[in-house]
Design a binder for this molecule. Structure first.
Ligand SMILES: Cc1cc2nc3c(=O)[nH]c(=O)nc-3n(C[C@H](O)[C@H](O)[C@H](O)COP(=O)(O)O)c2cc1C
Length: 359
């Protein structure tokens, strides 16, 4: 995965690379998302029959080849001309689901047509103009999307300093067709323009309204506390995504992995708990499962695959996730993701501040 990350940096124009790679402010949370996994150790069990190991799982009423989904990432055509259509085909070929961003460079109906057999979930930003929001939802429902991830951690865009320095602009010719009609049609929209349309007044009542008026399950993406995990379920959500938006929104919040246990406890089996942030290896997936996630989303990792080699690169990254997870399961004595428990991990020993013998 690190090779793809490096090759993507070579493949992308520097401003575009900064947009995809960057986080908010000091990028402290972005770094924490990765560091959090290093604070756990796997406790492998031996002499368990792992002759046949499956990474397969069930999520939101359907099967997945593995508990790793493609996270919603905006503007994928900037990474590669294959864009979201290539990503959707890669996810389908890998047997997993794509979560399509509201800020996608292909319409939901086009993504459905590109990978009709793949599972697809739709990430929704709720816009001030509810007619725009409703039109997006209607298209997703009609196009066979199976769930809505309502992103709630972005009432404003985070302070992405790499973009401020590079002066990154969405390239001419890259548009967000599903927002065109509402926001002025056919031209490139800036990241700031899109976020300026997000309804910053959204509250729990709006979630309740959305969840009760929508035929699909609604998951709340961007939850980091037990309080909000419980409120989401109480207001009609089918689940939550424990996420800090890949460290791109509020800096200095917890790593998603560190927030996961309190949210799992608060949801208490009443809904699905997904997490994202820092997933780069099969062992990361394993640790998140052990801490109670039903599945994880990977954002930048498949995006780097797409940037390097389009649909083929994204598929390769997803295959690597599956291979690594299968190996991790086999070597830790788990025949499937469902067999992973809290007892399969422990906190790493605290780092020694002073070396022994120095008195
Ligand atoms: C370039 C980029 C664009 C993103 N766009 C969206 C988006 O449109 N909607 C959304 O809910 N999350 C978006 N995210 C956040 C991801 O869905 C996910 O939470 C995050 O990337 C997970 O962290 P990871 O990149 O370390 O896997 C974006 C992330 C990146 C890196």
């Amino acid at each position: 995965m690190r090779d793809f990350e490096r090759l993507a940096e070579e493949a992308l124009e520097p401003g575009a690379h900064g947009y995809f790679a960057g986080g908010a402010a000091e990028e402290a949370t972005m770094g924490e998302n990765l560091a959090a996994f290093a604070r756990w150790r796997i406790r492998p069990r031996v002499l368990v029959d792992v002759d046949s190991v499956s990474t397969g799982t069930e999520l939101l009423g359907g099967p997945l080849s593995m508990p790793v989904l493609v996270a919603p990432v905006a503007f994928q055509r900037i990474a590669h001309p294959d864009g979201e259509l290539g990503m959707a085909r890669a996810a389908a070929a890998a047997g997993t689901a794509i979560c399509l961003s509201t800020i996608a460079t292909s319409r939901p109906s086009e993504v459905a047509a590109a990978a009709p057999d793949g599972r697809r979930f739709f990430q929704l930003y709720c816009f001030r103009d509810r007619a725009v929001t409703q039109a997006l939802l209607d298209e997703a429902v009609e196009s066979g999307f199976e769930a809505i991830l309502l992103t709630v951690d972005a009432p404003r865009a985070g302070r992405r300093e790499r973009d401020l320095r590079s002066g990154f602009e969405v390239p001419a010719g890259v548009s967000v067709p599903s927002l065109d009609a509402a926001l002025g049609g056919g031209r490139s929209l800036s990241v700031a323009e899109v976020f300026s349309q997000v309804d910053a007044s959204l509250g729990w009542g709006d979630l309740e309204e959305l969840a009760s008026g929508c035929s699909l399950p609604v998951l709340v993406k961007g939850v980091l506390t037990a309080e909000d995990g419980a409120l989401a379920i109480e207001h009609g959500a089918a689940g939550v995504v424990v996420s800090n938006h890949g460290g791109r929104q509020l800096d200095r919040v917890s790593a998603s992995l560190d927030a996961l246990p309190e949210v799992v406890e608060a949801v208490a089996g009443r809904g699905t708990v997904l997490m994202d942030g820092g997933i780069r290896r099969g062992t990361d997936v394993f640790i998140a499962l052990a801490l109670g996630a039903d599945a994880v989303l990977a954002g930048r990792a498949p995006l780097w695959g797409l940037a390097v080699d389009g649909e083929r690169g994204a598929l390769r990254v997803l295959q690597i996730f599956r291979e690594e997870l299968e190996l991790t399961l086999a070597l830790s004595g788990c025949e499937s993701p469902a067999a992973v428990t809290r007892e399969h991990i422990q906190a790493a020993p605290a780092p020694r501040l002073y070396s022994e013998g120095l008195g």
